[in-house]
Design a protein around this ligand. Sequence first.
Ligand code: NAP
Length: 253
Amino acid sequence: MELKDKVIVITGGGRGLGRAMALELAEKGAKLALADLDQEGLDETIALCAEFGVEARGYIANVSDEDSVVKLFNDVAADFGALHGLVNNAGITRDGLFIKVKEGKVVSKMSLDNWNLVMDVNLTGTFLCGREAAIKMIELGNQGCIINISSISRSGNMGQTNYTATKAGVQAMAVTWSKELARYGIRAASIAPGFIGTEMVLSMKPEALAKVEATIPAKRLGKPQEIANTVAFILQNDYVNGRCIEVDGALRL
Ligand code: NAP
């Protein structure tokens, strides 16, 4: 897909990886619809995209809320009259051990609230946005591509029972969608980033972060730009479909 003048939705586009993706696609001439909970972050990303002379609009939307997601895609279709791509990027963590035991006694457990919160945003949010994007692409007669942002943690990681389950899920959903939606000219793929230097990672405890960095064969965190490049690559290459691209500096958890 040639990106010039194509309409791409990025969830969580207000900051972090979503902002880097928006700037990369803006530089390539795409029109951007950025969804986030935070107006200030959206405004900043939009101002940065505007420097490339492309149309960029912000939408306050909660990806875990069905009405909000349906409204988001209706609004995007009305504003742009087309839809060619979605990056399911919005995501959260609520890390904690599955169970914590001290001197033979269980002292804490992962709460159902923290399980549900992460499921709602990462898994249900990706499901709802993917579904509504596919509906709009078909209704508008556009071919396109959906990218789910998974994680290196998708294969299991200490302290992330909730997050790992969602990131395995979004990768599997992309495979399913690639099979179901190919007949409509819609591709789906996923990206599994390693540890990338955004707020999500930089807010880890310094000891934990130093430990992670030491184990990365590349000996550094990934750059948001390195994930943004991968998004552009998948969107542009029409034969990438159903697969997960790992961008992790060779780290294995
Ligand atoms: P981030 O800096 O925390 O940004 C996440 C964005 O998602 C924020 O703009 C946030 O909005 C938005 N968001 C959260 N909940 C939302 C909701 N319910 N509806 C709409 N937007 C919502 O995270 P990041 O590091 O850029 O990560 C982006 C994606 O990459 C996530 O899916 C993450 O799991 C994945 N990932 C990141 C890394 C990494 O190393 N950074 C590694 C692997 C995978 P607010 O600003 O309002 O909170």
